[in-house]
Write a protein that binds this ligand. Structure first.
Ligand SMILES: Cc1cc2nc3c(=O)[nH]c(=O)nc-3n(C[C@H](O)[C@H](O)[C@H](O)COP(=O)(O)OP(=O)(O)OC[C@H]3O[C@@H](n4cnc5c(N)ncnc54)[C@H](O)[C@@H]3O)c2cc1C
Length: 305
């Protein structure tokens, strides 16, 4: 798999992405992140955060391991992909009498383990379409079950330029301009990197919504049944911050209310990588790069004040 953004939109602050390919592969980008940490001497101490409380003049952070830390500032960077949404389909519970291998797109590792198999992808959003394209190109028999009448697709290149280039001016508009999208979370259309052609040639078969799964057999909304060896739920993610108190004001999409990445209720608590934290692209790499610089600078100024 490759990033959908071209190289010029994936640089993090102060260390450009070095690769030459226009669309970086995921393993190359992972190596860049490792190199990035090395370059700046960042040695993460890995702890899962269980709870953050607001103290008198700092935050009390409790880790799952029991360790507690007091911090003057906290930056939440838990991303939009930490909490997969599992579809509510009768009989679709991994390991419970299902013949098919069942997983969420979150755990997808490529098609190589399933060569020759029949794969059913649930959902035709960005992940579903990418996985379907990848599997069809690798010779698997692919079905995509979708709720809507049509799969929403966008052409990745327009007039010779990446589509992001044309959307770029929107990123400088104030968040208020995008009202509903920011409150409920962005659901952009999927990139068509061959999907339409694969459907037209019969290599991807589009199906209606699934009603029930029994063993390896899948009953669809139109009453017909299909069999599959692998079922991948590409049914999205929910932005969640279970370590923050319930009473913290949140948007319907789950992210805390922030102004320029900083919590309105708890000054000193920042969110980077949350939907619309500062701009419309705040949850994507280019938005994260610019928001991270801005947050770091604000913390630096307050520490020096
Ligand atoms: C297949 C795929 C392709 C993509 N392609 C692009 C692209 O082309 N361009 C683009 O701009 N974006 C792309 N994205 C989105 C991009 O990956 C995200 O914007 C980016 O990863 C967000 O970075 P982040 O650090 O905010 O969050 P993440 O990368 O999601 O990292 C969050 C981290 O927080 C950790 N965490 C969660 N909860 C806790 C807790 N309680 N305690 C401690 N740690 C916790 C998680 O384990 C994880 O390590 C893609 C995403 C996917 C899945």
């Amino acid at each position: 798999m490759r990033l959908l953004s071209p190289r010029r939109y994936v640089h993090l602050p102060h260390l450009p992405y070095p690769g030459k390919e226009n669309y970086p592969s995921i393993p190359d980008y992972q190596r860049y992140l490792e190199k990035y940490a090395d370059h700046f001497g960042l040695t993460p101490e890995r702890q899962e955060i269980a709870e953050i409380k607001r103290g008198a003049d700092c935050f009390d952070v409790r880790c799952v391991s029991g360790l507690t830390v007091q911090c003057k500032f906290v930056v939440i960077a838990t991303g939009v992909f930490s909490h997969p949404i599992w579809p509510q389909i009768d009989g679709l519970t991994p390991g419970e009498g299902l013949k098919a291998i069942v997983m969420h797109a979150h755990d997808w590792n490529g098609p190589s383990a399933f060569v020759g198999g029949r794969i059913l992808v649930i959902g035709s959003g960005i992940s579903g379409v990418s996985i379907a394209e990848e599997c069809a190109s690798a010779g698997l028999r692919v079905m995509v079950s979708r709720r809507s009448e049509r799969t929403r697709l966008i052409t990745p290149r327009l007039l010779g330029l990446d589509v992001l280039h044309w959307f770029r001016p929107l990123e400088f508009l104030p968040r208020s301009f995008f009202g509903r999208f920011c409150r409920r979370g962005l659901h952009p259309p999927a990139y068509d990197n061959g999907y339409r052609k694969l459907v037209a040639s019969g290599k991807i078969v589009e199906l209606p919504e699934i009603k029930q799964v029994q063993g390896g057999s899948i009953r669809l909304g139109d009453g017909t049944c299909r069999d599959a060896d692998v079922i991948v739920a590409a049914t999205g993610y929910r932005y969640e911050t279970p370590f923050l108190p319930q009473e913290m004001a949140r948007m319907p999409a789950g992210h805390p209310l922030v102004n320029r990445c900083e919590s309105r209720q708890w000054p000193g608590l920042f969110c980077v990588g949350a939907p619309c934290a500062r701009r419309i692209d705040s949850e994507f790499l280019r938005g994260i790069a610019s928001d991270a610089s801005c947050v770091a600078e604000r913390i630096r100024r307050r520490l020096n004040a």
